[in-house]
Design a protein around this ligand. Structure first.
Ligand code: PEP
Ligand code: MN
Length: 437
């Protein structure tokens, strides 16, 4: 394992307390079994290679920040159902396989734009995710606690175990997912608009049934976990040498991404990810230059391995049509083959006068639309979407079929970090993306 990253600056790391507790936690983590297997990461890489070739689409979604208290069967089932329902619509509309990737089972650490948070004149360290400190606004809760890294592992393990059971144990049945979409179309104020797609999927399913087709893929799906590889202590402790190939895989999740705030070319995160064999994503915000993108390819995918590298662009609805074309054009001209996916959330966040962080559903859709337009114009493949969502009826993003207003945010704002699309907004997004496909 290449250790060069240790000498480089690592952004966004917690200031763990002195006294060796973090070393104890790391030592303990090293004795735990892997959460995912290297062979599964390779299988995902093969699917992402198909995305890069234009033969598949990625749906990546889940909470901005998972919480330890949120590890429960109901919330996970609702989230998975929502993702699977969305993927039925996208599979039908795109007539291509949809790679299902959760921001699930490991998304416990958050980069922050400011190191502290001030409320009513009191300034405390910022909340950095349940993996680091507590969300409660007290000095004690905001102290980084290394024992949280162990809880991160156990919470990830419990979540992944349940997710694996859900997707292989009948919960993922295609007809059931479609039946729930039919309910959505019937009950949503904007459902009329999607009746045609719903009817077409009905017909396709009836046709397959009439032909006697009943393959296992109608009842189970492949589902993969992903999170931002932010806390290098944790990610390194979960990195193991694959016995088949003798190469290192970070076994904390199948797919790991590097965030907009930690993608410095001379920083520790890029160098660390370079040494892994997992498929890797990098977020690219509006200040990314083509040279940055090409240098990231050189660092992270020097062998041009199909499926290795995914660029997750998050430009903002207002600038995606200006900033994205040059990146896609120069990367494509270089001969590199990456998967491009659109994160329409992180470039569209704003704060309401009442102090809620929110996003407009229309901006989210507009960024996806811009992303499709740019790729269509260049003849490249709009490879997928990356969204922050939940399967519950929260009120965190404004707009959508039920026309949530800023005044509604107070009713059910549960995110500890960024605002998520609720179930209905998520399904509506899937139908709108289906129309773009
Ligand atoms: C996120 O995905 O929650 C996030 C912080 O994104 P970004 O790195 O793109 O800002
Ligand atoms: Mn977020």
């Amino acid at each position: 394992m290449n250790d060069a990253w240790r000498a480089l600056p690592a952004a966004q790391q917690p200031e763990w307390p002195d006294g060796g507790a973090v070393d104890d936690a790391i030592r303990e983590l090293r004795t735990y079994p892997p959460l995912v297997f290297a062979g599964e990461c390779d299988a995902l890489k093969t699917k992402l290679a198909a995305v890069a070739r234009g033969e598949a689409f990625i749906l990546q979604g889940g909470d901005c920040a998972e919480t330890f208290n949120g590890v429960g069967a109901d919330a996970l089932r609702n989230k998975l159902r929502t993702l699977l329902q969305m993927s039925v619509v996208l599979t039908y509309a795109g007539s291509v396989p949809v790679v299902k990737l959760g921001r699930i089972a490991g998304q416990y650490a958050k980069p922050r734009s400011k190191p502290t948070e001030t409320r009513d004149g009191v300034e405390l360290p910022a909340y950095r995710g349940d993996a680091v400190n507590g969300y409660d606004f007290t000095a004690a809760s905001r102290v980084p606690d290394p024992s949280r890294l162990l809880r991160m592992y156990h919470s990830s393990a419990a979540t992944l175990n349940l997710a694996r059971a859900f997707v292989s144990g009948g919960e993922a049945d295609l007809r059931q997912m479609h039946a729930w979409n039919t309910d959505f179309v019937r009950d949503s104020p904007v459902g009329k608009r999607y009746e045609q797609i719903g009817r077409d999927i009905d017909k396709a399913i009836a046709f397959m049934a009439a032909c006697g087709a009943n393959p296992s893929v109608f009842h189970t799906v492949d589902f993969y976990s992903s999170h931002e590889a932010l806390l290098l202590d944790y990610e390194l402790a979960m990195t193991r040498i694959d016995s088949r190939t003798g190469t290192p895989y970070d076994t904390s999740g199948h797919f790991l991404w590097i965030g907009e705030r930690t993608r410095q070319l001379d920083g520790a995160h890029v160098e660390f990810a370079r040494s892994l064999r997992n498929p890797i994503g990098v977020k690219l915000g509006p200040t990314t230059t083509p040279e940055d993108a090409l240098a990231l390819i050189e660092r992270l995918d020097p062998d041009r391995e199909p499926g290795r590298l995914t660029f997750i662009t998050r430009m903002g609805a207002g600038v995606v049509r200006d900033r994205l074309p040059e990146l896609v054009e120069k990367v494509t001209a270089s001969g590199a083959s990456v998967a491009w996916i659109c994160d329409p959330m992180h470039g569209n966040t704003f704060e309401t006068p009442s102090g809620y962080k929110t996003r407009r559903f229309d901006d989210v859709i507009d960024e996806v639309q811009g992303f499709f337009e740019v790729h269509r114009a260049l003849g490249t493949h709009p490879g997928g979407v990356h969204v922050e969502l939940t399967g519950d009826d929260v009120t965190e993003c404004v707009g959508g079929g039920f026309a949530l207003a800023e005044a509604d945010l107070v009713h059910r704002y549960e995110s500890v970090c960024d605002p998520r699309l609720n179930r209905s907004q998520s399904l509506e997004l899937a139908f709108l993306v289906a129309e773009m496909l």
